[in-house]
Design a protein around this ligand. Structure first.
Ligand code: C2E
Ligand code: CA
Ligand code: CA
Length: 609
């Protein structure tokens, strides 16, 4: 920039020089007229070159003004930048053309001060006026020539900053707003929320923060594509926006998560009404390109000042409550409280300990026999995970499996279970024990691991095991939520003759119609029905129906949790194929299984009684 300005200054200063030189040379009587002509030509060429340069710079607008600030020079870039052609600009004053009204007096004064007192106008970022009235950001550099003469000339060299400004604005926007919904992002929201908390404190009011997480949004993306997913998010953002007042805030936290803050809440009893507003936004189905879709979401709620003093704290509490809501199922709402906080802290520690447990070999498999109801003969075993921490009492899988799922540890643990069950099955075959399958429990998130089936295959191959050796247990919900890839994997196992059981049957969706669509071979009727069947006619009816349907579909039916002889009698009456429960055997360590199958152990408790 400065280089150009000084070059311009030089060129303008010396543009008359050849004439002067010629005059003096002619006066001296020296040099030929050819010589003078050559110099003039050279000069003209150099001037043309420089003019061409000025003209050709697309982004550098150069304008020249006389002492009355009338345009005497206007290059192509100036036309581009300010919208006036050179013809239109010539003779007009600087202030008429491109100076915004509010700068007008200052510009005139500054120009005068330069011309009269030699006070330069410093280079600066300015916003000047385009012909259309629009302001153009420029970096403007000024040069004064013939300063102390009657013909001072001011040249302005303006560089268009529109692109830089736009880029900066975009950067600024990207730093603070979400690209898709144009809502504030989490960081900016946190700033806004902190400000809102100060107002809320001053007013002595409450603020309700709701963390929203759409249930199974991945499925929508997977099934319909990201574009449809985006469409849905935009609709949701718009609907949430409609529920807000000006003082309320919202942001998109990430993918399918939003935060909404309702300020100015006067009473605790008004809190649920705010939460209802968020639920209201979800109520109607969402229009997609070809269909429409109903959505549910889990909500976590935290309240200022009860649950936290700062935005960060409140967001964390709402997040914790939201995670708890997710654990409870779809469409759940959880309000943060201290108990939740303590519980979560405990769970975090448990996850840390569980991670170590895998490394330290604190996990074990126990095996619970499945027996034929009539004979009490052991047919198969179900592998059940046990955790014996070195530093404390045993922890139930019902407690740690959900945590393992949430933390992702389930993959490592699941792989260990697979390996250990296969190893044990192979070892028992080697030892010549008469035994059917070992069934392994698979959880939903475990199946989502893309190469689970490949790992299972590899594991089976390593121990030379087949469909008669290892079976799978999955819950109803896992099957219903399974995507195409998982179903295909199961289908392949099914066709190879593997046993696939629906675990805890009757507790999930309880829709029987799906049974015929899934590659399953067995139903395990949940122990809640078994427990209550002798005394509760409804449970008994459900059990009977399950057994009936299972058999009609050609499935094996297993009754879980059989604890007493009344239950066993009923189950025999219903012709269940297999029975599992404390009445016969509790889950036991491998060594005990060996004693049992070798006939060393006492006979099954149920039959000995
Ligand atoms: P589940 O698959 O339904 O396993 C049966 C549960 O019922 C076991 O609890 C078993 O000990 C218990 N049980 C067996 N007979 C009776 C009875 O007569 N009465 C009563 N009240 N209970 C009985 P456990 O071992 O505590 O396992 C709990 C759950 O943890 C399992 O439920 C299963 O969902 C999960 N789990 C256990 N091991 C694994 C594993 O290796 N992988 C996965 N993904 N989940 C596992
Ligand atoms: Ca099971
Ligand atoms: Ca079960």
């Amino acid at each position: 920039m400065n280089g150009l300005a000084s070059r311009l200054r030089y060129w303008l200063k010396h543009r008359r020089a050849p004439n002067c030189r010629r005059r003096s040379r002619l006066a001296d009587g020296e040099g030929s007229s050819e010589e003078a002509e050559r110099v003039r030509r050279q000069y003209r060429e150099s001037e043309q070159r420089f003019r061409a340069l000025l003209e050709s710079l697309p982004k550098v607008a150069v304008q020249g003004y006389d002492r009355h600030r009338r345009v005497i020079y206007w290059n192509e870039a100036s036309t581009h930048l300010y919208g006036y052609t050179a013809e239109e600009a010539f003779g007009q004053t600087l202030e008429e053309l491109i100076i915004p009204d509010i700068m007008r007096d200052d510009v005139i004064a500054a120009h005068r001060a330069w011309v009269e007192e030699g006070r330069e106008i410093p280079a600066d970022e300015l916003e000047l006026r385009h012909r259309s009235g629009k302001l153009v950001p420029v970096f403007s550099h000024h040069v004064m020539l013939n300063e102390h003469t009657d013909e001072p000339l001011m040249f302005c060299i303006d560089v268009d900053l529109s692109e830089q400004k736009q880029a900066r604005r975009e950067l600024d926007f990207a730093r603070r707003f979400d690209r898709l919904t144009h809502l504030p992002n989490r960081e900016f929201f946190e700033e806004q929320l902190d400000e809102a908390l100060r107002d809320t404190t001053a007013q002595g009011r409450l603020l309700v923060l709701v963390f929203l997480d759409i249930d199974r949004f991945v499925d929508i993306n997977d099934a319909l594509g990201y574009q449809e997913g985006d469409r849905l998010l935009l609709q949701l953002a718009a609907r949430l926006g409609q529920q807000l007042r000006v003082s309320d805030l919202m942001c998109r936290v990430s993918g399918d998560e939003f935060l909404v803050a309702f300020s100015g809440v006067t009473h605790e009893r008004d809190i649920p009404r705010r939460v209802l507003k968020v639920q209201e936004a979800l109520r109607a189905p969402f229009a997609l390109r070809e269909t429409s879709r109903k959505l549910t979401a889990c909500l976590g709620v935290s309240v200022f000042p009860t649950n936290g003093e700062s935005a960060a704290e409140l967001i964390r509490c709402a997040d914790v409550a939201k995670n708890r809501a997710k654990l409870e199922g779809r469409g759940q709402v959880v309000y943060f409280d201290q108990r939740l906080h303590d519980e979560l802290l405990y769970q975090h520690r448990l996850i840390d300990r569980l991670e170590l447990a895998v490394e330290r070999g604190e996990l074990m498999l126990h095996y619970q026999p499945q027996v034929a109801p009539a004979s009490g003969q052991v047919e198969n075993l179900e592998a059940l995970l046990r955790w014996y921490p070195a530093d404390g009492p045993p922890i139930s899988p019902a407690e740690f499996i959900p945590l393992a799922e949430r933390s992702g540890l389930i993959h490592r643990i699941g792989d260990w279970v697979m390996e250990e069950a296969c190893r044990q099955r192979a070892a028992w075959r080697q030892a010549g024990l008469a035994l059917g399958r070992i069934d392994i429990n698979f959880s939903g998130s475990q199946l989502n691991s893309p190469d689970l089936f490949a790992r299972l295959d590899a594991c089976l191959a390593r121990f030379a095991l087949g469909p008669r050796d290892i079976g799978l247990e999955l819950t109803e919900n896992v099957l219903i939520d399974a995507d195409q890839r998982v179903l295909e994997g199961l289908q392949r196992l099914y066709h190879r003759g593997f046993r696939i059981a629906i675990d805890d049957f009757g507790t999930g969706y309880s829709s029987l119609s799906y049974l015929k669509h899934f590659p399953v071979t067995a139903l395990k009727v949940d122990r809640a029905f078994v427990r209550d069947a002798p005394n509760q006619p409804k449970d008994r009816a459900i059990m009977e129906a399950a057994v009936f349907i299972g058999h009609r579909l050609g499935l094996e039916v297993v009754a879980e949790g059989v604890e007493n002889v009344e239950q066993l009698d009923l189950i025999r009456e219903m012709h269940c194929d297999l029975v599992q429960g404390f009445y016969f055997f509790a889950p036991m360590a491998a060594a005990e299984v060996e004693r049992l199958l070798a006939g060393v152990s006492a006979s099954p408790s149920g039959l000995s009684s």
